[in-house]
Ligand binder design. Structure first.
Ligand SMILES: Cc1cc2nc3c(=O)[nH]c(=O)nc-3n(C[C@H](O)[C@H](O)[C@H](O)COP(=O)(O)OP(=O)(O)OC[C@H]3O[C@@H](n4cnc5c(N)ncnc54)[C@H](O)[C@@H]3O)c2cc1C
Length: 475
């Protein structure tokens, strides 16, 4: 107890007493995840305001032998930002929440870069870039709460990976407080730098297990001047993949988003999210939300997309479709896509699979997985949607109606095994963009080779030999 009191006093000294939470009520929002699937325990929550303060916190935790759980917007979907319960570290854990570190440090228009602190909300970075006449393209439904530190640590993807890549590809430099409290200033805005191991790539996607990211240099792009958005019904997932191929043949890199949405996913949004309506009159099993963007404002992208879709209508893949005539119509269809997770949360408990596959195997995966699951859990509702252009599906399950929550969750290990084994057999990954966290920490051992697991453990023990960074996550 006296050790803990000593640590609290040291932390309060570093960040100010107002930024150390010890009261159960104050700590509660930091100790559970967005889905409400994990509830953790922590000695306290500390909210630093600068890199120096983060470094001092890490030094204090080293001295007290207490572990740290980095947290940003707490929108992660695998329990990575929630402390484990019981604690995975003998002397306990504290949550280090970075949201007070929310400054835009610099924008360099000639270099097309923005330097931001880790606690910046993604949407505020997009807005700062737009105000400077540039695009920061990472975009995901949680962008109003998710932070850059969380985006980096999960190597976030979202809806524009097809054109711009995921967070790894959007990052040029990092500033990190390492597990021993030293600050690594790697805030370089270089597109070429072959001077040894690329350390930033170890930290990106590390889910807070190697260090605390405090700032980053991110790439900026020209702002698109023209945009065309369409919502189309397709005859099958295979038809969606075919359509994507032809769209890329004719429009190349202008294809910036290509999202598949199964009817059950759309149905949940229409049921639970106010002021939503189906864009097409008939009910179709599969729809695609697609977007083209261009730098040339005179390119008449809407007209070109309309022509292209009309040509497709005769081919059997495309069943129906609408091209948005205004920004508000485009927003309305994006609203449908972006509210799927929220609608599924309102619907009740779910089992989620964030998986990726070679695009060529997606249709086969869906057909085989649907069959297996219908046999295993009759009545189960498959809520399938995702970034099909990146080979990334959210193959989620809602319980049968009616079914007991406990009975549904009891079936989770068997269902996961079935889905993940099939993903693995088809050359895919059991985590496309959400990470491993607590959710897939044990499961991943089945799918990675011993060599790969050994390499990961060597990296962990080299950079965090005392196991103080986010214990019980990923490894
Ligand atoms: C409705 C909804 C839609 C979503 N859609 C997408 C999507 O399309 N694509 C996608 O990729 N994700 C998506 N997500 C998941 C989530 O938004 C992302 O993983 C996001 O990047 C997490 O950011 P965060 O700030 O909330 O991180 P948190 O949840 O706070 O943390 C996530 C992980 O990062 C670590 N971490 C956080 N900050 C730091 C730091 N500064 N240094 C070191 N480690 C840190 C945490 O320990 C944890 O392991 C969605 C989530 C929701 C709720």
């Amino acid at each position: 107890v006296s050790d803990s009191l000593n640590l609290f006093a040291v932390l309060a000294d570093i960040v100010g007493p107002a930024h150390v939470h010890r009261d159960a009520g104050d700590m509660a929002p930091f100790l559970t995840d967005w889905r409400g699937r994990y509830r953790g325990q922590a000695l306290c929550v500390v909210r630093p305001g600068s890199t120096e303060e983060v470094a001092a916190i890490v030094a204090a935790c080293n001295a007290a032998d207490v572990a740290m759980v980095p947290q940003g917007g707490n929108t992660g979907l695998v329990g990575g930002a929630t402390p484990c319960s019981p604690s995975r570290h003998a002397r306990g854990e504290i949550v280090v929440c970075l949201t007070r570190m929310n400054r835009i440090r610099a924008i360099d228009l000639d270099n097309n870069t923005i330097t931001v602190e880790a606690g910046c909300i993604l949407q505020s970075v997009q807005e700062a870039a737009a105000a400077a006449g540039r695009l920061f393209p990472l975009s995901l439904a949680a962008e109003g709460s998710a932070t850059i530190g969380g985006n980096l640590s999960t190597n976030a993807g979202g809806v524009q990976v097809l054109r711009y890549g995921n967070m790894r590809e959007l990052t040029l430099g990092l500033e990190v407080v390492m597990a021993d409290g030293r600050v690594w200033d790697g805030l370089r805005g270089l597109r070429k730098d072959n001077t040894g191991y690329d350390l930033k790539h170890l930290l990106i996607g590390a889910e807070g297990t190697l260090g605390l990211i405090t700032a980053a240099v991110l790439k900026l792009f020209p702002l698109p001047r023209d945009k065309a958005t369409a919502w189309v019904a397709v005859s099958s997932p295979a038809a969606a993949v075919e359509l994507l191929g032809r769209l890329r043949d004719t429009c190349g890199e202008r294809v910036s988003a290509f999202e598949i949405i199964g009817q059950s996913a759309l149905g949940l949004v229409l049921r639970h999210i106010p002021q939503t309506r189906a864009p097409l009159a008939a009910v179709h099993p599969w729809q695609v939300l697609l977007e083209l963007t261009d730098m040339d404002a005179a390119g008449n992208l809407n007209g070109r997309l309309e022509q292209l879709l009309v040509r497709e209508m005769g081919g059997g893949c495309l069943l129906d479709g609408v091209v948005a005539k205004s920004e508000s119509q485009a927003q309305a269809v994006w609203n449908l896509r972006e509210n799927i997770s929220e609608a599924q949360r309102i619907e009740g408990i779910s089992i989620k699979h964030d998986i990726s596959l070679p695009i060529s195997r997606i249709a086969e995966f869906i057909a085989r997985a649907d069959l297996l699951l219908e046999k295993q859990m009759p009545g189960l509702r498959i809520v399938c949607f995702g970034h099909i252009g990146d080979g990334n599906l959210h193959y989620n399950l809602s319980k049968a109606l009616p079914q007991d929550n406990d009975e549904f969750i009891a079936g989770q290990p068997a269902v996961n095994r079935m889905v993940h084994d099939l993903v693995h057999a088809l050359g895919g990954s059991i985590s496309a963009e959400h990470g491993l966290g607590q959710l897939k920490r044990d499961e991943i051992r089945r799918y990675k080779s011993q060599v790969e697991l050994d390499l990961m453990r060597s990296i962990k023990s080299a950079l965090d030999p005392r196991g103080l960074m986010n214990p019980g996550k990923m490894l």
